[in-house]
Write a protein that binds this ligand. Structure first.
Ligand code: ZN
Length: 350
């Protein structure tokens, strides 16, 4: 079943930036997302993250290297240097624009809801420019508007490290997300300015105090682009029932990620993970806060997927499973695309 779906989070630009020999327009069996595989799967577009990696070699903390009796406890990554992040960010934004230019209108970087709807209707691929972590933004926000003009329409305040605005959670299992303090004054200002400009705020990776500060200060729907249900998988990165309730109250959305250690009840980095686990998180969030508040947020090219998912071409299997479990055609459309469109329509100013 090929079903058009819009995705909350991918790290494909980072993959292409780090692997100059890879080409978005050439099908590969490496990584999770390229044009050919996207087309076959029904991937209609998504948030393309710009993520300045913590080290030049792209290494991120591996939970398996920090095992504890019941799970793992990886240290929080060090803060990243603003100037270094700014340079990498500019390079990666340029890379996304060069992909758009090479695509002969098969991929559009969309900047408003009209462009998004038109792109989806024409079956072109829609890309939203997203920053994963606000490190490239100056703490006085003096370069935020210039990034907005370049097409920035979504910001995750943090990755799993602290910055001038907020603190991310370390990868810890089992663990509450309540680790560390909330937004700084600069963070509160960033929330307000993003509201004014119409830039979506993403709470994935944020600690719980930071999350509640966003709820308090933001007038936009609360969004987590790639997070799952803490009740099913108690990793620090997932959302508690109270946080899910805040998403519902704000008319926001949660994008379900296929990261195996964020799906499994044992939190293990084990790729022998059934796609039933993906369906279970979608069902849990549907049962808890309603079908209008759950969507997809793969983390393609940024995480470890179940073998049964493999890459973007595995997504139709999730829709099959949901259909077997009684999700209606209308429900599936909401999960696949309509919930993201609604939230973006409410968040962006045009
Ligand atoms: Zn992430």
């Amino acid at each position: 079943m090929v079903f058009p779906f819009f995705d909350g989070h991918n790290d494909t630009i980072l993959k292409l930036y780090m692997n100059k020999d890879m080409d978005f327009f050439k099908e590969s069996n490496q990584g999770h997302l390229d044009e050919a595989r996207a087309k076959r799967a029904g991937f209609s577009g998504g948030f393309f993250a710009i993520f300045p990696p913590p080290h030049a070699d792209l290494s991120v903390p591996n939970p398996e290297e920090h095992l504890t009796e019941k799970g793992y406890d990886a240290p929080l990554a060090e803060p990243a240097d603003h100037e270094a992040c700014l340079k990498v960010t500019n390079d990666m934004v340029e890379l996304l624009y060069s992909i758009e230019a090479q695509s002969n209108e098969r991929l559009n970087i969309v900047k408003n809801i009209t462009e998004l709807r038109k792109t989806l209707k024409n079956e072109q691929m829609a890309a939203i420019l997203h920053f994963e972590g606000a490190e490239a933004i100056k703490p006085d926000l003096s370069n935020l508007e210039s990034f907005y003009k370049k097409g920035l329409r979504s910001i995750g305040l943090v990755w799993s490290r602290p910055n001038s605005f907020a603190q991310g959670v370390p990868y810890r299992f089992p663990s509450t997300p309540d680790i560390g303090s909330g937004l700084s004054e600069a963070g509160v200002n960033l929330v307000k300015k993003c509201n004014n400009l119409g830039i979506m705020l993403d709470t994935s990776h944020l600690n719980e105090n930071g999350f509640w500060d966003v709820v308090k200060h933001s007038d936009a729907p609360i969004v987590a682009t790639h997070s799952n249900a803490h009740s099913l998988c108690p990793i620090s990165r997932n959302l508690t029932d109270e946080q899910l309730e805040a998403v519902r109250e704000s008319n926001g959305v949660v994008g379900i990620t296929y990261s195996v250690n964020m799906l499994r009840t044992d939190g293990k980095m084990n790729q022998k993970t059934s796609l039933d686990e993906v369906a279970a998180h979608i069902r849990y969030i549907t049962d808890t806060i309603g079908i209008d508040h759950v969507a997809l947020g793969s983390d393609f090219d940024g995480t470890t997927l179940p073998y049964d998912m493999k890459d973007v071409t595995g997504v139709p299997k999730v829709f099959e499973l949901l259909k077997e479990q009684g999700f209606s055609e209308e429900d599936l459309k909401k999960v696949a695309q309509d919930n993201w469109i609604r939230v973006l329509n409410e968040t962006w100013k045009s």
